[in-house]
Write a protein that binds this ligand. Structure first.
Ligand code: DSN
Length: 433
């Protein structure tokens, strides 16, 4: 390494990684990001993630570390904890999980015995791998049963859930979803759990931002454990968070460290503190309200464009679009690819009772958090909805593709990103158009 180790930039030290990074900046800037679980963090969050805290080992918790030199790590972790508790009105917060999966693992280990039964939402109905999929640690280490949505309404039927819980007698109900466009009634799920003496873990990874500002009912008073990622609607760094009642705090902390993880990622914890601070501001509530309003505008336009929405619409930030429509349309796989060709990024997704395999899928999942961060509003969403419908109806038409590419370029050009990064990556990567 040259003697400019502490000053040389990425471009000089590693042109290959620099080039890939620059291309990614350009991809994010020049495309329409509609993956429901993605977002764009603030410049401040990016700076905290890229800070010297990445150099620090801090096994343990604030004030009780296994390493010296942790006074500033303590400061940022305590800030993150205090802000998370305030944001969600929770008695205890653990901000160390590296991811949502690790947050869920830690809760299972804290709360359950090996082989206990968990009842989670079926992945193909909108659940998550860590909620009991047979190939995931949750399905491997615990007995698993699952619930889904009703065939008629494509929404959770809470009376059916009550019956299922009475029949299965799980030790824990896992609720929360990664592809469910409706409000989740955590209060009712809490009542159902108590009727059989089960615990509840609510995984609010997708809806955490809305929960934080009161635009989705909170699970905190009704569930023993609440987990989330910090990078979706919460708009923080990629990571996890556990909230629980004080009586479970010790077990949860022990389960995260040393149970599941070693040293915490202090730079990510610093960035979580920044993101939670941002989320405590009034502007964050307006941002969440705009996400919801944008999702409704997008949903209406997709319906007007002849596409079928699972459950008929959305109450949150995401929309599950049935693009297959019993063979009259195209598969989710084909739709994802065709949209990617015109710089619109979505993911294929199974729909409830899907007749296609998961890797093909009948649906696409679209969400508004990232484009709302970028500043787009209802009119832009209606435009995007019409572009998506055009592509789904004529995925192979070069004329349609050309027209949509031009519209995407015009739209992204009006919403520049990360101006402070311009000196590093160059204006052509930053300003679209
Ligand atoms: N992979 C995430 C999502 O896209 O929803 C869930 O973990």
């Amino acid at each position: 390494m040259s003697d400019n180790f502490f000053t040389a930039g990425l471009e000089d030290v590693d042109p290959l990684v620099f080039k890939a990074t620059k291309n990614e900046v350009s991809r994010q800037t020049n495309g329409l990001e509609l993956i429901a679980s993605e977002n764009f963090v603030s410049e401040a969050v990016l700076q905290a993630m890229g800070s010297v805290f990445t150099n620090k080992y801090a096994e343990g918790y604030p004030g009780k570390r296994y390493y010296g030199g942790c006074e500033f790590a303590d400061e940022v972790e305590q800030l993150a904890i205090d802000r998370a508790r305030e944001l969600f009105g929770a008695e205890h917060a653990n901000v160390q999980p590296h991811s949502g999966s690790q947050a869920n693992t830690a809760v299972y280990i804290a709360a359950l015995e090996h082989g206990n039964k968990i009842l989670g939402m079926d992945l193909s109905h909108g659940g998550h791998l860590t909620h009991g999929h047979p190939l995931n640690f949750s399905g491997i280490n615990f007995e698993v049963a699952s619930y889904g949505v009703s065939r008629e309404t494509e929404q959770i039927d809470y009376d059916e859930l009550q019956k299922k819980v009475e029949a299965e007698r799980p030790a824990m109900i896992v609720c929360g979803a990664s592809a469910y466009p409706r409000i989740i009634d955590f209060e009712r799920i809490g009542e159902i759990a108590r009727s059989v003496g089960a615990m509840v873990m609510a995984d609010i990874a997708h809806i955490a931002g809305m929960v934080a500002v009161g635009l989705h009912p909170t699970p905190v008073p009704h569930c023993e454990y609440v987990t989330t990622t910090t990078h979706k609607t919460l708009r923080g760094p990629r990571g996890g968070l556990i909230l629980c009642k004080e009586e479970f705090a010790k077990n949860v902390d022990r389960s995260v460290f040393p149970g599941v993880q070693g040293g915490p990622l202090v730079h990510i914890i610093a960035a979580k503190a920044v993101a939670f601070g941002e989320a405590l501001r009034e502007e964050f509530r307006s941002y969440q309200a705009q996400i919801l309003s944008n999702a409704k505008a997008l949903a209406d336009e997709l319906t007007a464009g002849g596409l079928r929405l699972v459950s008929g619409g959305t109450d949150n930030h995401l929309i599950l679009v049935d693009v297959f429509m019993d063979g009259k349309g195209i598969t989710g796989k084909k739709a994802e690819k065709a949209l990617e060709e015109v710089n619109i990024t979505v993911n294929k997704n199974t729909i409830p009772f899907d007749t296609n395999k998961p890797f093909v899928a009948s649906g696409i999942r679209v969400g508004t958090p990232a484009l709302t961060t970028r500043g787009m509003k209802e009119d832009d969403m209606r435009k995007i909805g019409s572009l998506i419908s055009k592509i789904v109806h004529e995925p192979d038409s070069e004329d349609v593709r050309g027209e949509v590419r031009r519209e995407v370029k015009e739209l992204t050009g009006r919403f520049p990103m990360y101006p402070a990064r311009q000196p590093t990556f160059g204006s052509e990567a930053i300003s679209a158009g």
